[in-house]
Design a protein around this ligand. Sequence first.
Ligand SMILES: N[C@@H](CCC(=O)N[C@@H](CS)C(=O)NCC(=O)O)C(=O)O
Length: 195
Amino acid sequence: MAYVLAIGDRAYSSWSLRGWLAFAKFDIPVTPRLARLYAPEFAALLAADFAPARTVPALRIEEAGGNLVLWDTLAIAETLAERHPERGLWPADPAARCLARSLAAEMHAGFTALRSACPMNLRRCYAGFVPDAAVLADLAQIEALWTAARTRHGGGEPWLFGAYSLADVFFAPVATRIATYGLPAGPAAMAYVEA
Ligand SMILES: N[C@@H](CCC(=O)N[C@@H](CS)C(=O)NCC(=O)O)C(=O)O
């Protein structure tokens, strides 16, 4: 069995970064297939080996019974958690797991103001960036989610649910934006960003 993961540049493609972290942080072996976003080779790679996926991350699972293709970070994350229960991708405690899934799903579906105003770029810092009210509202909700996770289930530093989980995978690109755009965050949130 082998995992082959199509991704873009993890410095700019936040979904690619999440897809890759879902393997790397849980020691699940994977072969990345890198393609430049929006270049002709990108569509060619997906069409050749990951159809009908049109976005990255896209995953091909090669196994004796036949290959599987899946895409969308949440689908990939849930599939890995299902196939590798021993790796603890989600928290073991059911109440913590409910909250962790809610955090990841809210990140996956929302925070559009933050995401569009502050595109992820790990190679630059944006000194002097001034967030508007919509971005500040997204940040307030993100801090509320992090606080709920850490006070109810964190059990200490530094991750959201104690041990590193898929919730941390989904919020990693958000943490980088707080750092690179110099966004306002309280001390607990900043400690998480540092981690
Ligand atoms: N909801 C998708 C979003 C994936 C996504 O938008 N990926 C971008 C790169 S960050 C992409 O492949 N863009 C290429 C395109 O839209 O043609 C997920 O969770 O994986």
